[in-house]
Design a binder for this molecule. Sequence first.
Ligand SMILES: [Cu+2]
Length: 462
Amino acid sequence: MTPRHDEAKDLSPAGAFDKILMVLATMGAAVAVLAAVVAFRGGTASAEEGVGGEPHVVGFTLSEFAIDGPSEIGAGPTRLQVSNEGSVVHNLALDGGPSTPDLNAGDAATLDLGALDPGSYVIFCSIAGHREAGMELGLTVVEGATAVEPGEGGGHAGDDVDWADLDRMMTESMLAFPAETEGIGNQELEPTILADGTKEFHLTAAITPWEVEPGNIVDAWTYNGMVPAPMIKVDVGDRVRVVVDNQLPMGTDVHWHGVKVPNDMDGVAPLTQPLIESGDTFVYEFTTQEPMVAMYHAHHHGQMQVPNGMFGTFIVGDVAMPLGRTISGIEIPQHLEVTQEIPMVLNDAGVIGLSLNGKSFPATQPYTGAVGEWVVVHYYNEGLQIHPMHLHGFPQLVYAKDGIPLDSPYWVDTLNVSPGERYSVLVELQDPGVWVWHCHILTHVEREEGMFGMVTAFIVEE
Ligand SMILES: [Cu+2]
């Protein structure tokens, strides 16, 4: 096998069908149906036996988070025709071999694997977290085989789509909510008050087990063993001291995202401080200057440490709400009691994957309240993708962006939150019921096996 890297635009006869699928996807066709159609197509993917040294051409499709295609192919020169039918960037790599470039949604490429010897291979998507989320497929290369068998594990083959089974899996997955798991994130961290009034907090960074969904316990990278990390709440004007003990196998640092701090406290090793080596400690110290809805996370190898769990919320004082004002004809009471302040931390990668506050549905926390209550939600996106967060039933009044009060607050039913952003919203629980609350990128919440990921619900009582 002499693997080599090759790239080409989609020239396959299946290209037109791919486009129809894309249109269906953007029209918001039911995810389960789409997944089944994609799987059907995967099962009958074009495969041509090499003639006169011509390579086999084998089709594979990528989506969130599956690789659809044959699991068995013949030995010899092999070329994979790879198309991304998902909604985010994917690629396809042979373990220990070549990879396609990163493919945007709708893109395609050819991956030339050279002459494959008989044996077992693994192909996967190397985008952080995607392999762990299910984008991995075993590929058996068989001597003398001339026909490509449809995939066994990658979806339903041909006419065998069991629609009733898809219905059953979706229903069962939804009725499993809420499911208990070990560990709760965002627990408020109590400071030690020093003689001069300084609030001292202790964070220990380490790899610790974290149950993302029932039975799925991952090696998370955590502060004090929880995901999201402990919530730190201080007042404006507080002297804050945070002692960071690094028990990770590698260096780290902590960036106070959104908090105004001196440059040497900004947490960007090696530019503003030395790297906190494995086994070392570092002390951050600063005085808070203004109300802020902020967060903290690793900066060093953030692409790995943050999605794996090293993120937390950091609240300074109270950000002003537009009380007594009329927004788009709706009057906000001058005197309203906020009964809950909910941190909603979004993630989509690393070992944690698609999650709300470190948990994947049905292990996400349900929220409860009574008709007439007002609640505040602070969204934080610590992931790598955008997430349009949709709350059924009640409009959300966006009153602060990145902790900065808006001169013109506005109502939404879906709020797009990009990586690094924070939004603060005020919600009145107006009607009783189970009101689902989820990311509206449908592949972030549903897959063929049912509901998962970025979904929870507000359960409102009379
Ligand atoms: Cu999303």
